[in-house]
Design a protein around this ligand. Structure first.
Ligand SMILES: [Zn+2]
Length: 337
């Protein structure tokens, strides 16, 4: 009997650290075999987080074996990242990690090679292999992950597009309004400021005006709450989602004109409000991109997933996408550890 190949994946987030194993043959539908979830001790510094991560990896390695059945270790972190070195560059949710070589820190601690990739790229990779990419039979896709920020991952001909320095796929910081809000990245009016959960909250606050008493209301002003208000017909909340749709349509228009891929995928927590922003997104995308207009699917094309058309769809995988992608990376690279 031959031992089944498995990979270990890590998802390093600002709140949680998740470490999991994935077996390609017995769990072809993207199931995590077993996982360890720890709080990310950001305040104790990057070495403490690397210690926690490495301890969990060693635990899984000793449980599942260290030999030829181990395909490798993939680690997903917030971007931007310097690749192939694996150095973190100013990750917004991980203060104190700027310049930290996470790949070397983990390799020294566990004694196996690690591959590092940005979490948004890994979510795109998982969506490509196990989600909508598989459903549509697409060889390439571009994914936007609408969470605290807007992540972006691009898969070209089956591979993550890293760009020259590992910093490709930062479309969340493409400007959709040149006179818009200042962004921490230094630009103005970035897509992330209008299509993230953070942006939703800011726009909802703005729309209630400065005279509104938001001292006790602000605590319940979550993205989900705004979506509930919009679904109930609240005009201000609906207007906020129209702005999300407009921003996404402009952002996607530039991506479609630039890349002309068969599939664009919208994921992340905010994508749950798809019905609230997608109509305006599609109107804006049609107006902004003649490449899209020439390849937009009819209802029949959408239903039949016509391969010749440009499809913009909601992600099929949920919050595990980044973790799954981290597991898939070593399996796809055929690394034997
Ligand atoms: Zn920006």
């Amino acid at each position: 009997m031959t031992l089944e190949r498995y990979a270990i994946g890590v998802d390093l987030g600002g709140t949680n650290l998740r470490i999991a194993t994935y077996k390609e043959e017995s769990t072809p539908n993207g199931m995590i075999a077993d996982s360890i979830v720890l709080p990310t001790r950001v305040e104790d510094g990057p070495d403490a987080v690397a210690d926690d991560m490495s301890g969990a990896i060693r635990k899984l390695l000793s449980k599942h074996g260290h030999g030829g059945n181990f395909a490798g270790l993939g680690i997903g972190t917030p971007g931007p990242l310097e690749l192939p070195d694996g150095i973190l560059r100013n990750p917004p949710n991980l203060p104190g990690f700027n310049g930290y070589n996470l790949r070397r820190a983990v390799e020294l601690r566990v004694g196996v090679p690690a591959i590092i990739e940005s979490d948004a790229n890994l979510a795109a990779l998982a969506e490509f292999r196990l989600g909508s990419g598989k459903t549509y039979g697409a060889q390439s896709l571009c994914m936007l992950t609408l969470g605290t920020g807007v992540g972006n991952g691009i898969i070209l001909d089956g591979k993550v597009w890293n760009g020259h320095n590992g910093m490709g796929g930062e479309a969340g910081h493409n400007s959709v309004d040149p006179e818009g809000e200042p962004c921490p990245c230094g630009s103005r009016g970035c897509l992330e400021l209008y299509a993230s959960a953070t942006g939703l909250k800011r726009m909802a606050k703005e729309s209630r005006g400065s005279d509104a008493n938001d001292s006790d209301e602000s605590s319940i002003l979550t993205a989900r709450h705004i979506a509930e208000s919009a679904t109930a017909g609240d005009a201000a909340a609906l207007a906020v989602f129209a702005r999300v749709g407009t921003a996404l349509g402009i952002g996607l228009g530039a991506l479609v004109n630039t890349l002309n891929l068969p599939l664009y995928v919208i994921g992340g927590g905010v994508s749950a409000a798809w019905d609230l922003f997608a109509p305006q997104m599609t109107v804006e995308l049609r107006m902004r991109s003649y490449v899209y207009r020439m390849n937009a699917p009819t209802e029949d094309d959408s239903r039949l997933r016509s391969p010749r058309k440009t499809h913009v769809v909601r992600a099929e995988l949920g919050a595990d996408a980044g973790l799954l992608g981290a597991c898939l990376l070593p399996l796809m690279q055929g690394s034997s550890g």
